[in-house]
Every structure is written in C-alpha cells, then in structure tokens.
Design a protein around this ligand. Structure first.
Ligand SMILES: Cc1cc2nc3c(=O)[nH]c(=O)nc-3n(C[C@H](O)[C@H](O)[C@H](O)COP(=O)(O)OP(=O)(O)OC[C@H]3O[C@@H](n4cnc5c(N)ncnc54)[C@H](O)[C@@H]3O)c2cc1C
Length: 468
C-alpha cells in the first residue's frame, strides 16, 4: 500500500456506492473490512490518523484468554478468546503471533498453589477446545522458579506456576489486517477523518469525510455504515443524534525497561490489589503494565502521570530485586480501553464483552471487546449489517483467511539457513524478519539485493534495516 493505492482507493470512495462503509482503522474496523470483503461485499475503510494509531498500537500485545477473567467467572469470554489465540498461532498469522511463557509467583504455601493451580489448569482445559499448540502449565518449586527468574525476590516467594499465552506486534498485525482486506478488494485510506454523516429520508447513507493530507472533503456512500471507532464511538453516534452504546475510556499505561534490568527467562503475571501486573518480554525490552483509571481528557493523546509510573514501579518491586527505579525506564506508553458503559464505578470491573447496536437506520456501532476477539466482533458487526441490508450474503469465513505473509510462512521458515546464505544476513536476522514479514520476506530481500545500502541498520536501532 502506498500513495498511488491511496489515491486510487480515494477515487473509488468518491465514485462507488459501497455495501459497507467502515469508520475507524483500529483492529476492529480493519477486522470488519476484512470480514465484509471476504463475504463478497464491497467495503470502504477510513481512518482519521494512521492505521492502529488509537488503542490498537498501545495494548499489552497479548493474544490471550485473560487469566484474570476466569476469577470473574467469565468462562465464555475466556474460552472464545483462547480459541481465537489458537487460531492466530495455528493459521491466521503464525508469523506475527509467538508463544510467551508467564510465571505466576506464589507467596503462600498450600492454599494459593491449589487455588491458582486450579485456575491455570482450567485455563489450559478451556484452551483445549481449540487446537492448542502451546505447552501446558507447570508447577515449580521455589528453587526452580528462581532458576527461571533469578530476579524474583527470595524473601516473598514460596514457589510458582508457569503457563503459556501468545504475543503479537499489535500495530503490525492491524496493518496486516488492513492490507489483507485491501488484497480482498476493500478500498482503504488512512488520514481520512469522518466529519459528518450523510442522510436521506431519515437513513444514514454514508459519511462526509475530510482528506487530512489535502483538506478536501469527500462523500463516501454506503448502504450500511459501521462505526468502529473505539473510544471515539460516542462522537460518531452524536453526529447521528443517537446514543446506542456508551463507551468509557479507561487508561492503561506500560513502562518500557531494557531487557538486562530484569534477569528472567519468562514473563511475569503478578496479582495487584485490583487486577494483575504483567512483565512481558518484548525484543530487547520488558513491558511492565498496566494501570486502569478513567480518562476524560484528549482521546488522541492519553498520557501517563507520575502517579502511574510510581504505581507500576511499586507493584513490580513487590516481586523484583534489584528494584527498578525511574532511571531504568526508557519509554512509556498509554492507551485507552474502549469499555462498554456499565453500572460499576470501577473501570476494572466494566465488561470486556463487545456489543453491536443499531444507532440509526443505516448506522451500526461495534465496540468493547478485546484485541484478541476482534474477529468475532467483526463477524457480529457484518452479520448485523447484512441483516439490516436484507441481502443474502455468505457467513463469515475469516476463520480460514490467513493474513498477508501467513501462507507459506512455515515452509519459508524451514529454509531460513538457505535464505541467510543467499542474502548474506545472519540467521537470527532472517528469523526476526520472518517474524515481521512472513512469506513476503523475498520482497524485502530483493530490495537488499538491488541496493545493498538497504541492508544498513536504521540510525538508533540495530533491529531494523533501512529497507524496512
Ligand atoms: C493498556 C491496554 C492494554 C491492552 N492489552 C490487551 C491485550 O494484551 N490483549 C487484548 O486482547 N486486548 C488488549 N487491550 C484491548 C485492545 O487493545 C482494544 O480492545 C482494541 O485495540 C480496540 O480496538 P478498536 O479498533 O476498537 O479501537 P482503536 O484501535 O482505538 O481504533 C479506533 C480508530 O478509530 C479512529 N477514528 C476515530 N474517530 C474517527 C473519525 N471521525 N474518522 C475516522 N477514524 C476515526 C481512531 O483514530 C482509531 O484509530 C488493551 C487495551 C489497553 C488500553
């Protein structure tokens, strides 16, 4: 996708009447576009900034069932999310999703191991409903736990349990979804902001949008418009004068800490007074998060406060030695969870489930949910759009639609030694590139072949090449 593709798709958006116009290029909107396109529907997707610029680049980057939702007895939600996790690992994006081991440290001798062990065993059992490619959980003695994570505090630890989940570069994954949707015929454009809704005879018939690059306005017509704008849901609904769903923004902050500051061979999941704390391996870094507080300021610029940093350091240091300090923090990011409005005052208790609602004739909102379950949300939204259009469209088939780079990935991975020899790149570099581009890697290697300067590392990082 490039400037030429954007111009072509904008021209299509001006000319065509689409079955579905999707507002919002986060994982939900990208998922809706892919679901609709692969059912043979015509679809346009617009995003006001860059794809995944909202919450979908600021998550904990886990495809997971959510161990802590088990405690809230959300068994259906956890099972569904675990099935999606397995699908990502097995079929939809095995190049982008990778296994990650978490250690749950125990501090009490008997009851805690029994209680947490039962929960994690149930988590593994629920995962078995899909084809689970990950190792099962393991109970560790205190010594074994400290061997795996030497940075764990000796004075509080009694033992541990390890289990597996999956992680993903969320922004790259959303971008891959958009590219896959485009490959299947969707017209897609970033930097296009919806500023109003088009109406005819009381129906919403599309959107009025502004090309942020040129300031030009364009009308994009569709039989159904799907509002997939996450924490901006209310703004679009207000344009229709309706308030079908109310979405509350809950801020979550992560610290980025260099890998050598924590001596650990696995991630950590630790209980906090209200939720859990994750310490997640992320390339040369650890992500330490997250928080859960209301946010009522600029939705485009959630920011961490000094109190957020102190809270996260304090929680991490309940478990880690040497203790982390402010000097160890090399980055911070904050994102906003789009939570469906509930009765509860505490955002950590608001529902993580999603909802699809008719806001006005011709306009649907889809919101809530988790990154992991975007595909289910998208299928529900397109089902609702199809029902509202009264057309006969096939059922969702995204369960069997691999993302760009997924088809042929395993075969290419098996050839990584040859690829390294042919390209002159080290095998671990080939591995990392395969983890970003999958079976599209030859396109990148061809760039390196024609222009060796493209094989230089980008300034400030030895992880990314100029060609990227
Ligand atoms: C701290 C944190 C950690 C999380 N960790 C996880 C996790 O590990 N695993 C998991 O499964 N889930 C996780 N989540 C939840 C998950 O990230 C979100 O549920 C998901 O990313 C929401 O995606 P979305 O597409 O609905 O919203 P967004 O990604 O916010 O997308 C909405 C898009 O709409 C666009 N938009 C808004 N208004 C307009 C307009 N007028 N015109 C055009 N475009 C517009 C925005 O720019 C934005 O890009 C986490 C969330 C947070 C905050």
């Amino acid at each position: 996708m490039d400037a030429r593709q954007r111009a072509q798709d904008l021209a299509r958006m001006r000319d065509e009447v689409f079955d579905i116009v999707v507002i919002g290029g986060g994982v939900t909107g990208a998922g809706v576009a892919l679901d609709a396109a692969t059912r043979g529907l015509s679809v346009a997707l617009v995003e006001q900034r860059d794809f995944a610029a909202g919450t979908s680049s600021r998550s904990s980057k886990l495809f997971h069932g959510g161990l802590r939702y088990l405690e809230q007895l959300e068994l259906g939600l956890v099972t569904e999310a675990l099935q999606e996790r397995n699908l990502m690992l097995n079929r939809l994006c095995p190049h982008l999703a990778r296994p990650v081991t978490f250690l749950y440290p125990l501090t009490h001798r008997v009851w805690e191991r029994a209680y947490v062990g039962a929960g994690i065993a149930l988590y593994d059992a629920l995962a078995a409903f899909g084809s689970n490619p990950l190792p099962r959980h393991r109970h560790l003695s205190k010594r074994a736990a400290r061997r795996l994570v030497p940075s764990l505090r000796d004075d509080v630890l009694t033992g541990a349990i390890t289990y597996s989940d999956a992680q993903v570069d969320d922004a790259r994954h959303t971008m891959s979804l958009v590219r896959t949707a485009h490959h299947h015929g969707a017209a897609v454009a970033a930097s296009v902001q919806v500023v109003d809704l088009l109406r005819e005879d009381g129906r919403v018939t599309g959107v009025r949008a502004r090309d942020v690059e040129t300031d030009d306005e364009l009308d994009i017509r569709g039989r159904q418009t799907v509002n997939a704008t996450g924490v901006w849901t209310d703004e679009i609904q207000d344009m229709a004068g309706g308030a079908a769903l109310r979405v509350r923004a809950s801020k979550g902050v992560h610290l980025v800490v260099p890998r050598d500051r924590i001596d650990a061979g696995a991630g950590l999941i630790c209980r906090t007074p209200t939720s859990v704390l994750f310490v997640i391996p992320w390339g040369d870094f650890w992500l330490v998060g997250t928080t859960d507080t209301d946010w009522n300021l600029d939705l485009a610029r959630p920011a961490a406060s000094a109190a957020d940093l102190d809270y996260l350091l304090g929680q991490a240091n309940r478990w880690l030695r040497p203790a982390l300090t402010h000097a160890d923090i090399v980055g911070v990011y904050a994102g906003l969870r789009p939570l469906l409005h509930g009765e509860s005052d505490s955002t950590s208790k608001l529902s993580r489930e999603h909802a699809v609602t008719t806001v006005a004739p011709g306009l649907l909102s889809v919101a809530g949910g988790k990154y992991t379950t975007y595909r289910v949300m998208a299928a529900d939204a397109v089902d609702a759009a199809v029902a509202a259009m009264g057309v006969d469209a096939p059922a969702s088939c995204t369960e069997s639609v691999p993302l760009v780079g997924a088809t042929g990935y395993q075969a290419m991975r098996n050839r990584r030694d040859q690829l390294a020899a042919e390209s002159g790149l080290p095998v671990d570099r080939i591995d990392r590139l395969l983890g970003r581009y999958g079976s599209e890697l030859p396109v990148l290697l061809e760039l390196l072949r024609t222009d060796p300067a493209m094989a230089e590392c980008l300034p400030g990082t030895d992880d990314y090449l100029a060609a990227e």
